[in-house]
Design a protein around this ligand. Sequence first.
Ligand SMILES: [Zn+2]
Ligand SMILES: [Zn+2]
Length: 161
Amino acid sequence: MAVSESFEGKCTCGFVRYRMTSRPLFTNCCHCTWCQRETGASFALNAMIEANRVELLAGEPVVVDTPSNSGKGQRISRCPKCHVAVWSNYAGAGDKVRFVRVGTLLEPGRIPPDIHIFTSTKQPWVVLPPGTPAVPEYYDRKQYWPAESLARREAYMRKKP
Ligand SMILES: [Zn+2]
Ligand SMILES: [Zn+2]
């Protein structure tokens, strides 16, 4: 595995620029109605990665508290100028794991989804590829994540902030 792999991203105006210093832990393609509303599109593509593997290269996002499907809320980091969202933090892992919006990467095609979730509310014209797991709602991480990602997350979550 190429340890040096990195992935740069930015908001639309370019004020906020960041780099993921490795591949994400896992990438969800979420078809829930909340993600559809937030994106104005049919799904959201979220790459989960440890906060300490996201380097800010320019700008400082503003954090906007936003309601979420779980009822526990999410914190969306947005460019203070163009207000495009670059990542979210959810109640589950708190500030430690960022859900990077794959569409803000310079090369989003390098991070395809590892799973399709909330397919029960997927728009009917969206055709899912065979070979990628798909679940009607959410899922148990232990069942779908590669062992390497599970171990990586566990080691990281055990660390003091
Ligand atoms: Zn911007
Ligand atoms: Zn969603």
